[in-house]
Design a protein around this ligand. Structure first.
Ligand code: ATP
Length: 371
């Protein structure tokens, strides 16, 4: 079994900066676990601690059944892939793939077999005699992956392996990594700041901010039930809309009152009495904002009620398969994700609707925790 388990892990850099506070999570045996968060959130520090490249200042890290806090990196049975590939420029692709195995004293025939297998798996067979300088970025990245593959480790650690590639290649390599993971069945811990990469690759995702774990769950669970405003607005593109305001009962209908004269009726909203009159943050995903006027994209509401409101079009962004419509509602800028078709005009007032059951409620006074 090669699960990776962190319990109450802490990292304090020599200057006193706490990069990781009390992190606990587990990558199950064979799981592809993604660590995601904005720059500086501590994800590389966590990965480097798992690899043994940074000391652990509190808590324990276990790989399989063994606590590895004091085990040297080379004895952890892991292989790491770095963002900058870290290939040896004077060696051929074959030499790069074989190097780590040679260092470990593996015999020639066994090395040749492993190099051939990795080259086949990654489509590098025709490039084995080339030097890295004669490879494209995507091919270099494959060699870096291959160098980890030949080791046949218990765990792969990948630190932003695709971030030096252009968008198309990144999308293609993402699929290759998913395929590779499926065929190898080896535990992988994958670090990225890219929420799309996290959502598409991760079987589960650890969301980090400011050195603290915000939530650990499957991609869809994170998307559908974010634990706080950070997770809600970090995952999803365009990001979730957030309106801060109060809910009052207006003629018996719960109504969201917000800056700039916003009055958004939320008929059928079931909420605890205690929410009435207090400050709340209300989240609406762009795909849940629909047109209410019979235009393309109008849709039936949910089983609860539907809130209808008017908003002015500020910017229209057609992206082919859909249109992002930026709307002004009082003091708030909202984005709706509408099907293509007739484009709204800038300055036009649209009648919009949102199903009450699609709303998310957060507590702005309590680190944006989900209510
Ligand atoms: P990025 O996506 O930019 O690589 P990250 O989430 O991987 O960011 P880390 O590299 O883990 O972030 O760094 C976490 C925090 O620790 C950052 O605020 C960083 O400035 C700080 N940090 C990293 N290395 C050191 C160090 N040697 N001494 C002091 N602080 C450090």
């Amino acid at each position: 079994m090669a699960q990776v388990r962190l319990e109450h892990v802490r990292k304090v850099y020599p200057d006193g900066f706490v990069a990781v506070h009390d992190a606990s999570f587990e990558a199950g045996d064979g799981e592809l676990l993604v660590l995601v968060g904005p720059s500086g959130c501590g994800k590389s520090t966590l990965l480097r601690m798992i690899a043994g490249l940074e000391a652990v200042d509190g808590g324990t890290i276990a790989i399989g059944d063994r606590v590895v806090n004091d085990v040297a990196p080379r004895d952890r049975d892991i292989a790491m892939v770095f963002q900058n590939y870290a290939l040896y420029p004077h060696m051929t692709v074959a030499g790069n793939l074989a190097f780590g195995l040679k260092l470990r004293g593996m015999d020639k025939a066994a090395i040749a077999g492993r190099v051939a297998d990795a080259a086949k798996m990654l489509g590098l067979e025709d490039m084995l005699e080339r030097k890295p300088a004669a490879l494209s970025g995507g091919q270099r990245q494959r060699v870096a992956l291959g160098r980890a593959l030949v080791r046949q480790p218990q765990v792969f650690l990948l630190d932003e392996p695709l971030s030096n590639l252009d968008a198309r290649l990144r999308a293609a390599m993402r699929v290759e990594i998913a395929r590779l993971h499926r065929s190898l069945g080896t535990t992988m811990v994958y670090v990225t700041h890219d929420q799309v990469e996290a959502m598409t690759l991760g079987q589960r995702i650890v969301v980090l901010d400011g050195g603290r774990i915000q939530q650990v769950d499957t991609p869809m669970a994170l998307y559908e039930r974010p634990a706080n405003l950070f997770v809600a607005t970090f995952l999803g593109s365009p990001a979730m809309n957030v309106i801060k305001g109060r809910i009052e009962a207006a003629a018996g209908v719960p109504t969201l009152l917000a800056g700039g004269g916003v009055r958004l009726p939320l008929p059928g909203l079931r909420m605890p009495e205690a929410w009435l009159g207090r400050e709340l943050a209300v989240g609406l995903r762009p795909e849940h904002l629909l047109r209410a006027d019979g235009a393309v994209g109008s849709a039936a509401g949910g089983t609860l009620g539907v809130g209808v409101f008017e908003a002015v079009v500020e910017v229209v962004e057609p992206v082919g398969s859909e249109v992002f419509v930026n709307l002004r509602l009082g003091d708030h800028a909202l984005v709706a994700r509408l099907p293509p078709g007739q484009l709204p005009r800038v300055g036009e007032t649209l009648s919009m609707r949102v199903a009450v059951e699609a709303l998310h409620f957060f507590d702005p006074d309590n680190d944006g925790r989900r209510l």
